[in-house]
Design a protein around this ligand. Sequence first.
Ligand code: FAD
Length: 476
Amino acid sequence: NLILFWHRKDLRINDNIGLSEAEKYSKKIIGFFCLDPYILNGDDVAPARVKYMMGCLAELRQKYQERGGTFLIFKESPKNIIPSLMKKLQGKAIFWNKDVEPYSRNRDREIAQILKDENIEYNVFWDQLMHPPGDVLTKSNNSPYSVYGPFWRSWEKLEKRSPFFAPTSLIGLDEKETEIVNQLGAMDLPTAEALGYDWQGNFMLAPGENAALERLDYFCSDLLVNYDEHRNFPAMDGTSLLSAALKFGAIAPRTIWQKTVEEWENTQSDEARENITAWRKELAWREFYQHCLYFFPELAQGPYREHFKNFPWENDEKKFQAWCEGKTGYPIVDAAMRQLNETGWMHNRCRMIVASFLTKDLIIDWRWGEKYFMQKLYDGDLAANNGGWQWSASSGMDPKPLRIFNPASQAQKFDPEAQYIRQWLPEIRFLDTKDLVTGKITPMDATSYGYVPPIVDHKEQQRKFKALYAQVKEQW
Ligand code: FAD
């Protein structure tokens, strides 16, 4: 019996529910991945993300091969390739894990229909979430949560599944079958560059399952104990760096959860356990936003809150450009944007600061920032990114009306020695720490060091934004 396993956002062999289920059918599981032209040709693709993904795929293919199996790559729409593959290889069934994104859901629905019409068996599973949509609902009327706090309280209480075992051996394609898949367009794994995405930066964490598992071990044994405090300081190595691995499924949430359980049981310290809870809450944010996108797919199109639908954003192109390039004259904002541009990653504290700055100080539509993030982040993920941006713009699910971050107070609190600012803005690293964190750099100093004076005045912009917000709210 030949089984096809379609990898998507689960680029790993361990603790993969769909793959474990497939193994119950047969050892001859042929793994494959489609480089979907629709996704790759989009205008929100980050070269760093493509490179990370290709790294994950290379490792996954190797894991298949080490087990005696075959892993195929196609550069083709899955809708075109899957039915032909199944028929030509006389596959018994195809398996995959589900996703919450609107594009994926529509695509999967169409493919499922084709398979049904052709009488081909397919089996689908929820794998990338501890608790799939529909498992975490309000007690009062069984509806999805739109506020994180109560979501977390319900989510936390639900029983968690243990990790699933990886197949230890697989059977690959024979010669005749290999010829068939080659005729169907199976290709060698291309590089990101060959796909038109050139990125030469260094990842915060190398792609793939091995690096993610190693980092998980290190993070849990050395960093988790201080997570709640250290996670706020962008100059520190205080967070897991697992976001891209989670996005592409190079690591499973169950594996992570299991590790937190072990850490919990290894300690009697309340403080250590508070830190574990703080991290679990972040993992739950990831799931919350995925549930939100699943139940409210319209989030992907625009603001959730009505009065933001016609917000009079100023959308000044020049200011947007300055923000993108890290040239706003606000050191903490600029340092963060340079980190993003150079590494394809940004610390969470800084994501909140720059998002607030774009929307509340520059009065630019959050969707511009959302898209720019997607064009740069190697962990860029629709649910988390859209959730983060709508949270920052105050247009999203959370009921708190306005969140305005003061860049200077944020820097004073979370980068008090200006280490982070100095790292990313080397041109002004000689200035006094006080000037760097408060951003009070004279225009002459700024210019002579090759930096820029502030492009807006925070206080003035804050007043302006609040007035616009009050106006819009009144009309609504
Ligand atoms: P840790 O602190 O170690 O957290 C563990 C995991 O929990 C993360 O890897 C991530 O999967 C999840 N997580 C943590 N915080 C959040 C959060 N606020 N929302 C959703 N999931 C969370 N995260 C992405 O994965 N992709 C994005 O595209 C993305 N865009 C963002 C945009 C904005 C404007 C904001 C404010 C946040 C965004 N985040 C995004 C969330 C968060 O910034 C990153 O997940 C986090 O910085 C990744 O670092 P880490 O893996 O070290 O996180």
